[in-house]
Design a protein around this ligand. Structure first.
Ligand SMILES: [Zn+2]
Ligand SMILES: [Zn+2]
Length: 373
């Protein structure tokens, strides 16, 4: 008999918020090739893996299969609005952007589409798939990751704000409502619904649609800045400023906090971040002041202090003040711009684990993190 084991099931002892679950897939996924293993081999291998895993990020993976009773989050997109690579960088005759050049390579983690997160958890009929944001590159993200992870339905979409990189994909939901399910509920703040009335007027008022045109069938549900429940999972809005006077929402579900678009976190929001285990935060590359400092820190370090061992002389960038303030067990940045080289930045960020006990890394498109909700 073949004992099922997938690398994605092995959870490090140091990450108690990520629970062990019974694997269901009869293959060990190593890279992209499945390898079958015997029961004795697998238990030994399991022990070796358990003993050797120290980082909370080791349980993450791309493309690995998971059991139906495992909750997880999947990063559908982790980039800025224009996407990475930028076309303008690729057509620049001087070829001055190494990150965008790398991003053209298949599987490169610098390739990033609009920020979006899929929250998956078990329900009697299978997995519930809740999508946070469907931006203008949603179709391309879904094309890349939905077949990979066997994602069939979209059980709800929760909107952070009404910029194009968060709602530009609402029209693409027609493929689901025409071919998979009758409709999709869209949870949105009133102010963003008012924007959708203009940008997607034919989806809000379907009487505008020419008879026979099969547009997305959406049910708009207005949320306030207070907890609401979607398919039995409670979401707590995390109000933030996304530029002066413009409100955006992050969301807390379980002990996971997701803030994808923000320039400032208001004081009133901090209590909602208490006891956060995984903080997913807008990356240094946007205008979020905390993140600008990280960006400066890392790139100043590279430019002026090639001796990386002396990096601690800079102290930690002010960028990490937010992370320090919240003290999550783990932080994953999202929404990275094209100047953020995945491996290079992560190499620097990983040092914070030893120096300050901060587990901070950049996420990437397709990253799957098993979680407990
Ligand atoms: Zn570029
Ligand atoms: Zn925005």
């Amino acid at each position: 008999m073949v004992m099922p084991l997938a690398l994605g099931f092995v959870r490090p002892v140091s990450a108690p918020w990520i629970r062990l679950s019974r694997p269901a897939n009869p293959f060990l996924f190593c890279g992209k090739y499945p390898i079958s293993v015997s029961r004795s081999q697998s238990s030994r291998l399991n022990r070796i893996l358990q003993a050797s895993l120290h980082s909370s990020s080791v349980g993450d993976s791309v493309g690995a299969q998971v059991s139906v009773d495992q909750s997880e989050i999947i990063f559908i997109g982790t980039g800025t609005s224009e996407g990475i690579p930028r076309v303008s960088c690729l057509t620049n005759p001087n070829k001055t952007c190494p990150v965008c050049s790398k991003a053209t390579e298949p599987g490169n983690k610098n390739r990033r589409l609009n920020t979006s997160l899929l929250v998956r958890f078990p329900k009697p009929s299978g997995k519930c798939n809740l999508l946070i944001d469907a931006g203008k590159f949603f179709y391309h993200s879904a094309l890349r990751w939905f077949p990979t992870y066997g994602i069939r339905t979209i059980d709800a979409v929760i909107i952070t704000h009404s910029h194009a990189d968060a709602i530009g994909g609402l029209d693409d939901l027609r493929d689901w409502t025409n071919n998979v399910q009758p409709s999709i509920p869209i949870y949105t703040a009133q102010r963003d619904f008012e924007v959708m009335k203009k940008t997607h007027y034919y989806l809000v008022d379907t009487s505008e649609v020419i008879p026979g045109a099969a547009v997305s069938a959406l049910q708009f549900k207005i949320i306030q800045e207070e907890p609401f429940t979607v398919h039995d999972l409670q979401f707590t809005p995390l109000p933030v400023w996304h530029g002066r006077g413009y409100r955006s929402l992050g969301f807390r579900f379980g002990n996971i906090c997701y803030i994808s678009d923000a320039s400032e976190i208001p004081e009133d929001t901090y209590p909602l971040l208490k006891n956060c285990e995984i903080l997913i935060l807008v990356s240094p590359s946007l205008s979020l002041s905390v993140c600008v400092y990280i960006y400066i820190y890392i790139f100043t370090l590279d430019a002026l202090r090639p001796d990386r061992s002396s990096s601690t002389h800079f102290g930690l960038p002010k960028a990490l003040e937010e992370v320090r303030k919240v003290r999550p067990k783990r932080t994953l940045f999202t929404g990275m711009m094209h100047l953020m080289d995945h491996d290079k930045v992560n190499e620097e960020l990983i040092k914070l684990k030893e120096s300050e006990g901060l587990d901070v890394q950049l996420s990437y498109d397709g990253l799957r993190v098993p979680v407990t909700l």
